[in-house]
Design a protein around this ligand. Sequence first.
Ligand code: GLY
Length: 381
Amino acid sequence: MSNSWHDALQFSLGKIEKSIPLLEDFPDRCHGSTWTLVNQNRLSSNWVDGFWVGQLWLAYAYTKNPKFEAAAREWTERVAWLKTTLGTHDLGFIFYLSNVLGAYATGDETLFENARIAAETFTKRWNPRGEYLLAWGKVDGTPYQRGQINIDLMMNLSLLFWASHDTGDLNYARIAARHARTSRLVLIRPDNSTVHVADFNPDTGAYLRPETLQGLSHASCWSRGQAWALYGYAETYRRTNEPVFLYTARRLAEYVIANAPEDKVPYWDYDSLDIPNTYRDSSAAAVYASGLLELADAETDELLAERWRNEAVDITASLWKNYATQEDDMASILKHATHFERHGNVDHGLIYGDYYFLETLLRLVSPELIAELFPRPRPLS
Ligand code: GLY
């Protein structure tokens, strides 16, 4: 396959380079030859900002082309205003993929400074009674707003683990590990599928009920949520060395393998009543591929590591063959993703699908570069 991975990588780098002069704001979704940009009126829309910057840093790290570095630095500056916002739980996505990745890609440690501030801001969402990091809601909002967690948040823990390693303050990593423990208890079902959202009483810390935002229902499994969980627990294991997180990531991976359709790219929700006449989510598949490779790197069992790697390779091959925009005049690298089925945001490209596809290709082509860009030191050990 290695020739195909190089072709896919060159194709992806070409798409990114083409988008650089065309973008006036952060790209989000793609239906055709141009990107739909983030909605400036909604702070929560900015959760995607890191993926475009992250693509530019990955492109620079691999090619050393100064054009990518200049663009990555410019767009990294453009996320800086978010570093003190209390309005999003996605500071990890945003600041790991801009400032932390940028510092590792260039050796310029001044880039770490805004990531440190963002990590400190993120801890303001910590609820010590429920032992969770608050999703979405205002930190001073109604009890309902202060009581939600979601599975996506697992991907934001990177920033906190990094901050503990960087500053020597273990509090960041403790919060991250405890949030992962709480999420495991309420968001992962005995059948190894995930719940999207859970409600707590923020004052007592008591767990109340499962919910969903982007999935079919509180009882269904939203595929991108499963993907965030798999990647998030694999990394949490590498950062904590706690076996329970490895076992959790394995269980999540087994669900993905057992429930994969023939072409390995899941429908938007595993429980959609319309399968097979409904939408795929290629972005979930891209996150699965990278998360499975993260899990393979973490694995203590060689046979299982091979199982995760083989699945990641099969998913990536299908994405490249069936979901890449090779024959289409689209700005995105991948097509047929689903952002939010109930809102009609379906069958398009998504910037995070593209980001994780590129990350996966680099894991396959240049694992030593990925080890430099995503070191996983264990701040708790
Ligand atoms: N974190 C939001 C999403 O995956 O759509």
